[in-house]
Design a protein around this ligand. Structure first.
Ligand code: MLT
Length: 408
């Protein structure tokens, strides 16, 4: 008899964004004439930068000729891409990360979801609230939690964000083993400075913990004082893994390429407290379960690091940042409290109703899709997230429609 992993039955029936998509589809079915502007899921709308498009064509042409055709590539990624990443994303920030500490993959959602497989089932996991749901749901699937009650899974140590702490959660009061952090933050757009991040690294050293640091939105940082990578922090290589993605920085949500950094200095412990190298275990897992990202796509990712690619991706991100600025200004004018939207593509807004009611109001009256804060955790209740990923024209239209809807 085939039996299910019963931990899956503890999960909500569908993933947040699938839930929203089906509500929006239902609304559209009942209101076929309504134009809907999607500022919900953070999916990019603008085309790949020209340097990437040219590299894509070249890569496909190479695959079309027997002289240049490639089969399986190195599971960890082609050296030309890993070397470009190490130089441009880390050495340029004074972070001593080597190319062979980089694991190229098809997405940070998969990597942040898969990484927890390496750890014992009975570790204590600290997860921010509100949070990108993947971190939580994958730990539920792995059996690290009890049941879901009052908006919380038993067994998880929630790190509460609030308007008072600027949605930068405090350090745990008791020891924890695994800590998820994301900055610039999804969903709130909050950012962390060097001193704030140093406190987490020091905590991880003190408790023998590991930080899984999701930096998928790093390219939105424009403030020179903010760290772009956790490896700018003293001592981080021993206690942190970092996740990066080309999805939002270069418009790769449909192209798929990301990478995870596992420094050789990062340590993990066995049941006797003996130190082991985390690197060896992730390498073993990655090379066993993954056959690499396609060659043309890795060429496209490498094109991001050419001078043209750097200029074009910066302009792309600047464009979304200008949308974010307009959304913050528009919602602030309507007297809503906002955080994020500066150094981040998400704007977190205090609503004047519960988050699903505000979601419905914006959908029905303004034709705008946002994401209800409660979908990211109990501390997100009473908030919504608006994403800046859309065209300028649609953002302007959405803001005008929101203004009319909320004034009326
Ligand atoms: C989001 O809207 O939170 C993101 O698009 C999710 C993701 O990148 O997987």
């Amino acid at each position: 008899m085939i039996r299910i992993n019963e931990h899956y039955t503890k999960l909500k029936a569908s993933f947040l964004f699938a839930d929203i998509a089906s509500r929006v589809a239902e609304f559209q079915k009942n209101n076929p004439e309504r134009e809907i502007i999607r500022l919900g899921i953070g999916d990019v709308t603008e085309p790949l930068p020209p340097a990437c498009v040219a590299a894509f064509h070249e890569g496909v042409d190479e695959m079309a000729s027997s002289a240049t055709f490639r089969g399986y590539g190195p599971e960890q990624g082609y050296p030309f891409l890993r070397e470009a990443i190490a130089k441009n994303d880390f050495h340029s920030r004074g972070a001593n990360i080597e190319a062979d500490e980089i694991f190229v993959s098809d997405g940070s959602k998969c990597d942040t979801g898969n990484f927890q497989e390496l750890f014992a089932r009975d570790i204590t996991v600290a997860i921010p609230d509100p949070v990108y749901p993947v971190y939580l749901d994958t730990n539920v699937m792995a059996g690290r939690t009890g049941i879901h009650e009052n908006g919380r899974y038993n067994g998880i140590r929630y790190l509460e964000g609030s308007w008072e702490n600027g949605f930068i959660p405090p350090l745990p009061e008791d020891p924890v083993d695994l800590i998820y952090l994301c900055f610039p933050n999804n969903p709130t757009g909050a950012t962390i400075d060097i001193k704030g991040l140093q406190a987490w690294v020091d905590y991880a050293h003190k408790e023998g913990a590991l930080i899984l640091y999701d930096a998928a939105y790093e390219s939105f940082i424009r403030d020179d004082e903010l760290p772009h990578t956790i490896y700018e922090i003293d001592g981080a290589k021993e206690v942190a893994v970092e996740f990066r993605s080309f999805s939002k920085s270069a418009g790769f949500t449909g192209t798929r390429c990301a990478f995870t950094v596992v420094p050789k200095a990062a340590r993990v412990f066995d049941a006797n407290g003996q130190k082991l190298l985390l690197y060896d275990f992730w390498k073993r897992r990655h090379t066993t379960k993954f056959n690499g990202v396609s060659y043309p796509v890795q060429k496209v990712a490498a094109a991001v690091y050419t001078p043209e690619g750097q200029a074009q991706t910066r302009a792309l991100v600047d464009d979304y940042l200008e949308n974010a600025r307009l959304i913050v200004a528009g919602m602030t004018d309507l007297d809503y409290d906002c955080i994020g939207g500066i150094n981040a593509p998400y704007i977190w807004i205090r609503s004047d109703a519960d988050s699903w009611r505000f979601f419905d109001l914006l959908l029905e009256k303004a034709g705008v899709v946002c994401t209800p804060g409660i979908g990211f955790g109990r501390c997100g209740e009473g908030c919504i997230r608006i994403s800046a990923f859309n065209s300028r024209e649609n953002v302007a239209k959405a803001l005008a429609q929101i203004k009319t809807a909320l004034a009326g």
